[in-house]
Design a protein around this ligand. Structure first.
Ligand code: GDP
Length: 451
């Protein structure tokens, strides 16, 4: 996500750091580089102009010239201005005072609306809500089926017309506005507290599509209209966003496909251009690839200052509190951390999502991007397979793993004895480090770092 932009901005700042005082020429050169980096990332021209104008003005002002470390001050300004164009404060979903809360999704075809419907439903369910999905996309032949699939995965029921059948629910067929209206009624009568309406998208903005979306809006009075936009669409983002802002007056934006290595300018333009906040980011095809959007955290990621907060939140979701506490106690004692504990840890790490994605949120990781790109998730599979091939006694006391046991474990996990030896060596090293940490009272980050 924003890899190129991030690299370019950080290298611009690196040049700046070698300087003591900053001349006007230094600042102009920096601003020029920032402008080029943003334009190359497909950020909309007016946004770039405003951004660089403000950065230049602030960088030339007393707040920088009087600062102890002018270069750092410039980075701080760029960070603050990035947060500002990304929308400033983060904003959660608005819920209706009387249920059901109606959330309508709008956007071009392929933007990621249907996938988002599933992601939202899953996330709302985790928060104790009882969402109902409504299939008001009757344009694309597959859309209803697709919504049913994501609904099933999210564990949320789907209200959909049955084409050609006088439906069991007497769902009106063919007319998306009637389906949406009936969907909200159904949610009310069946006491779902949230309704998510998936609407049709076209490949390009067209008047008929916009009218249909506006009609669905008028028929259902949504509490939120979320405009879903593919972060990869480049310079078209602004025109598309503007058309939807005018056509359906959306209340918030969802950026999808932020996992792509695209230039991502849409992300950096829509909030400022439309004046609507970005509520969520979609970062993959799985229903769990979904996060609330925080402008400050996103700016930190772009400037490679890391997004430790999101990382911690995901860890909290993935880690069982009791297990984590027990593990921390074990780590503190340092003595009886075993391969079984290691396996549990690894599974917890795994449930946090892809290692690559996680590592990418750590500060300074931009420098290690290449290493990250080469990080092989299969290595984790291999380690897991090796530990699984051990008996409980071996896991608790690796010292008993002699030559013939090593050969058996290697056979059982489909690796070579050298692989088994390597793992055991690394584990012994990790164990030693834990003991030292326990003595030094340091806090251990549970994980693979020592693998
Ligand atoms: P819709 O036409 O707006 O309903 O879009 P879909 O939800 O059908 O998504 C279009 C395609 O994009 C599908 O293949 C999805 O799996 C994929 N997709 C959706 N969201 C994301 C995302 O955040 N990341 C990636 N990589 N793919 C996504």
């Amino acid at each position: 996500m924003f890899a190129t932009l991030s690299d370019r901005l950080t290298s611009t700042f690196k040049n700046l750091r070698t300087k003591g005082r900053l001349s006007e020429a230094d600042i102009d050169a920096t601003v020029r580089e920032i402008r080029r980096a943003l334009l190359d990332a497909d950020v909309a021209v007016p946004v770039v102009r405003e951004f660089t104008g403000t950065v230049r003005e602030r960088a030339l002002s007393a707040e920088v010239s009087g600062a102890l470390n002018p270069a750092q001050q410039v980075v701080k300004i760029v960070n603050e201005e990035l947060v500002s164009i990304l929308g400033g404060e983060s904003r959660p979903l608005t819920f209706a005072k009387t249920a059901p809360t109606v959330i309508m999704l709008a956007g071009l075809q392929g933007a990621g609306k249907t996938t988002l419907a599933g992601k939202l439903a899953l996330s709302l369910k985790e928060q104790g809500h009882t969402p109902l999905l409504v299939a008001a996309d009757l344009q694309r032949p597959n859309a209803v089926t697709q919504l049913k699939v994501v609904g099933e995965r999210a564990g949320a029921p789907v209200y959909a017309p049955h084409p050609g059948v006088a439906g069991e629910d007497e769902v009106p067929t063919g007319d998306p506005v009637a389906v949406a209206r009936a969907g909200v009624e159904t949610a009310r009568s069946r006491q779902h507290d949230v309704v998510i309406i998936d609407t049709a998208g076209r490949l390009g903005v067209d008047a008929e599509l916009m009218q249909q979306a506006a009609d669905i809006r008028d028929a259902t009075s949504p509490d939120e209209i979320l405009f879903v936009i593919d972060a990869m669409i480049g310079q078209d983002a602004v025109a598309t966003a503007q058309a939807f802002a005018d056509g359906v007056a959306f209340t918030g934006v969802v950026l999808s496909k932020l996992d792509g290595d695209a230039r991502g300018g849409a992300a950096l333009s829509v909030a400022r251009v439309t004046g609507r906040p970005i509520l969520f980011a979609s970062t993959g095809e799985k229903l769990t690839d979904f996060e609330p959007f925080h402008p400050d955290r996103m700016a930190s990621r772009i400037l490679d200052m890391g997004d430790v907060l999101t990382l911690i939140e995901q860890a909290e979701k993935a880690f069982d509190a009791d297990q984590t506490e027990a593990m921390a106690a074990k780590m503190a004692s340092g003595t009886d951390f075993t391969l079984s504990d290691f396996l549990v840890q690894m599974q917890q790490m795994r449930s946090m999502g892809s290692m690559k994605k996680m590592l990418g949120m750590l500060p300074g990781m931009g420098q290690m991007r290449e290493a990250l790109e080469n990080f092989d998730e299969r290595e984790v599979d291999r380690v897991e397979a090796i530990i699984r091939s051990m008996t409980p006694a071996e896991r608790d006391n690796p010292k008993i793993i002699n030559g013939s046991r090593r050969a058996r474990i290697a056979r059982g996990s489909g690796v070579t004895t050298t692989d088994v030896n390597q793992l055991l060596e690394r584990f012994a090293g990790a164990q030693k480090m834990m003991r030292q940490m326990a003595r030094g009272g340091g806090m251990a980050v549970p994980g693979m770092g020592n693998l």
